[in-house]
Design a protein around this ligand. Structure first.
Ligand SMILES: *[C@@H]1O[C@H](CO)[C@@H](O)[C@H](O)[C@H]1NC(C)=O
Length: 496
């Protein structure tokens, strides 16, 4: 009898170890009563789809996915999670690159795609408020006839609230700024279900000197402080005209010197993208182009017809004085879109260098003047360690990506990639830069964040976290808490 009880206990424990911790039935029925029968999913496929972003981090499915339809439902769901101490993981489009959505501690994924309304467009004030299901392409489609657009473009068609949560940017940031410069207000649901407006409810002044900047605190918080349920964004007038150019350089230094001088000359350049010789070679092959295989700049100019001419001729002069050759520029939409398509396809072009391999993009950012040195050293490091890593950079911001193309079945190569990316981040830190310019900290860069910030700043971040989320329910295990299970090592072991 006693023996039998022990056996049952043993079975009970082992079942619970094998199966994910399930959410109690009572909790599930509360969820269903809040967001409807079809607003709660326990299906394995749905959970797996919500346990992973576009990075190489292992899939960590949540125990359950909920699909709220409005802020009241988000708040009610959060209150249930709070009283049952269940982790909450906000989910937009899953296009992140640092493992930010994995449910490393289990819990409830809040998929926000049903909240997809564009609210409160104020064309005369150049602002708009959107719900978390609205992606940047959807917003720009909505704005099509207004003469306005939202420029921040991280490549993927990410949700705007997710972009705020990760402080996203992209090719346009040199002219229009990142999400940090373009968010005016956020509606945020905290872990206990309370609803907060970071700049005061409904407010959207262009500037303010009122109190601490909570908006900036939430931008880049990666779901660890609250769930963003609305964001108010700055908009811009669609430029009257656009031109693009390509130019080849004898060295990385010459390309970066040209960039610095273009910015110093006050050219309001909209995009200035650097591709190293390996990347331009990959793009040539992939997109059937034939640019010289040397460091290259892709440029884009926005403005009136008159100002474009001036911008282009100033830039051409500068590039020539730095040994730039083959300056080709284009006004027609077709040539321009072919050029930028090649840039946007750089990821696939990199992958095509080694068929059957996987790609992993890492990102650092340094003061502009350090860019030539870090790129040159990084290229030497790649060669020494027999790694394929074409480089593309938002050079006007000192930000670049190394697209690591790696054979997932080669543990030795995976290890070399891991060590390489750590060295790259530390090289950026040693040059007064940051371990991530736009991808975020997520899971993989937590210990680098500590090195970057130092103890007092990390303690301040920890105190902020404890003040807003004392039970550590909001996306636990991300950004803070280095060295725990899942840090660094977990990366690269599961390239699937
Ligand atoms: C506060 O932060 C937001 C988001 O980063 C930014 O857009 C805004 O300009 C900041 N406000 C002030 C007054 O600095």
């Amino acid at each position: 009898m006693f023996c039998c009880r022990e056996l049952i206990l043993y079975l009970w424990i082992s079942l619970h170890q094998v199966w994910p911790k399930t959410v109690e039935d009572g909790v599930l029925s509360s969820f269903r009563s809040i967001c409807g029968e079809d607003g709660v999913s326990l299906g394995q496929a749905v959970r797996e789809q919500h346990g992973k972003d576009e990075s190489v981090h292992r899939c960590c499915p949540p125990d359950v996915v909920v699909f709220p339809r409005c802020v009241e439902e988000v708040s009610a769901l959060a209150r249930v999670c709070h009283s049952h101490r269940l982790p909450i993981i906000p989910f937009g489009t899953g296009t992140g690159l640092e493992g930010g959505v994995g449910a490393v501690k289990g819990g409830v994924c809040f998929s926000l795609r049903k909240m997809d309304a564009v609210l409160d467009l104020h064309p005369e004030d150049f602002d708009v408020t959107v719900e978390p299901g609205v992606t940047r392409k959807a917003l720009n489609a909505y704005l099509r006839d207004t003469g306005l657009w939202f420029p921040v473009d991280p490549g993927a068609d990410a949700s705007l609230c997710g972009m705020a949560a990760t402080s996203a940017s992209g090719t346009n940031a040199v002219r229009y700024g990142t999400m940090r410069e373009n968010v005016l207000n956020l509606e945020v649901v905290l872990a206990d279900g309370s609803v907060l407006h970071t700049a005061g409810k409904g407010r959207r002044p262009r500037k303010t000197a009122a109190g601490y900047n909570l908006t900036n605190l939430l931008v880049g918080s990666e779901g660890t402080l609250g769930i963003i349920t609305k964001t108010t964004l700055r908009l811009y007038g669609v430029p009257e005209a656009t031109a693009s150019a390509v130019c080849s350089f004898p060295s990385v230094q010459a390309a970066v010197d040209s960039t610095v001088q273009v910015l110093q000359a006050g050219v309001p350049i909209a995009r200035i993208e650097f591709l190293d010789d390996v990347m331009i070679d990959a793009c040539n092959r992939f997109s059937s182009l034939n640019y010289p295989v040397t460091p290259t700049l892709f440029l884009e100019f926005h403005g009136s017809e008159r100002s474009l001419e001036e911008q282009v001729s100033t830039t051409e002069e500068i590039t020539q004085s730095n040994g730039g050759a083959d300056f080709q520029w284009a006004r027609d939409a077709e040539t321009r879109s072919r050029l930028w398509k090649a840039r946007h396809d750089a990821w696939y072009a990199s992958l095509a260098l080694r068929p059957g391999c996987k790609a992993y993009a890492t990102d650092v950012c340094v003061p502009l003047s350090r860019l030539p040195q870090i790129i040159v050293e990084t290229k030497e490091d790649l060669i020494e360690n027999r790694l394929t890593g074409p480089i593309a950079g938002h050079v006007g911001d000192g930000n670049f990506h190394c697209v690591m193309v790696v054979n997932p079945d080669d543990p030795d190569e995976l290890h070399r990639v891991h060590l390489f990316t750590q060295r790259l981040a530390r090289r950026a830190l040693a040059m007064d830069g940051t371990c991530t310019g736009e991808h975020g900290v997520g899971l993989g860069k937590r210990s680098l964040l500590c090195e970057e910030m130092g103890d007092p700043a990390m303690r301040a971040m920890q105190s902020v976290k404890e003040a807003l989320d004392p039970l550590n329910l909001m996306n636990p295990g991300k950004v803070l808490q280095p060295g725990g299970p899942g840090d660094a090592q977990q990366l690269f072991l599961h390239l699937d």
